[in-house]
Ligand binder design. Structure first.
Ligand code: U5P
Length: 208
């Protein structure tokens, strides 16, 4: 498995905005999607293209088009929805496979409550979306669910990761790559990433 920390001035700047307590809900939402666009740009770097000749304004011209890549984005409800628009801006043809998990606040274990996947998961690259990779419980549960449905190519986009969560995912699913904007210091006793962004779902949806 590989963890790609997308190290770019725009990403570092935008993550700084997300870390500020004073950032409003609407700004948090739009900046999260901006970072998602930059992460998906990296995550799709290995896509293959095919040359075609088309009619251009000055005659025939050779262009490149992405060849044979079927994608499904997999937002983990509800915080993962906060990255979805940014990713779909770049891959508008992707199917959306929704996975609803909530975290039992006592055990910190993820509980499945809603799943609706694309029909041909075995033929698609699944890009899991969750702003935070904390204990890794939600991501591992989602990866296992996708693999049960035949998925063979899976990666994850996370704004911020905890080293503990990365280690857990790496041990359980070494075939899954992670694209992130930051690896933070540690998890606190409540399973929150420090320094982190706080509760990403609450910040995206304006709840408390
Ligand atoms: N979560 C946060 N902020 C944190 C830690 C966790 O919002 O600092 C939430 C995210 O919404 C994410 C879930 O969906 O918990 C991931 O937790 P885990 O299963 O990786 O522990």
């Amino acid at each position: 498995m590989a963890v790609y920390v997308v190290d770019h001035p725009l990403v570092r700047h935008k993550i700084g905005i997300l870390r500020m307590e004073s950032t409003s809900t609407s700004e948090f939402r739009s900046v999260s999607n901006e970072v998602a666009r930059l992460l998906i740009y990296e995550a799709t770097k290995g896509f293959r293209t095919e040359k075609h000749t088309v009619q251009g304004w000055a005659g025939p011209v050779e262009i490149e088009a992405i060849s044979g890549k079927k994608v499904t984005v997999v937002p983990i409800l509800r915080a993962g929805l906060g990255l979805m628009d940014g990713v779909l801006d770049m891959i508008p043809g992707a199917k959306i496979s929704v996975v609803g998990l909530y975290r039992n606040e006592e055990t910190l274990e993820p509980v499945e409550y809603y799943v609706k996947l694309a029909s041909d998961m075995d033929q698609r690259l699944a890009i899991i979306l969750d702003p935070m990779l904390a204990t890794g419980g939600s991501l591992i549960a989602t990866i296992e669910l996708l693999k049960r449905h035949g998925c063979r190519q899976i990666c994850s986009l996370n704004l911020v990761c905890a080293p503990e969560g990365i280690a857990k995912v790496e041990a359980a699913h070494p075939d899954v790559d992670i694209y992130t904007a930051a690896i933070d210091d540690h998890l606190n006793e409540q399973g929150y990433i420090i320094p982190g962004l706080g509760d990403a779902g609450d910040r995206i949806f304006g709840t408390k």
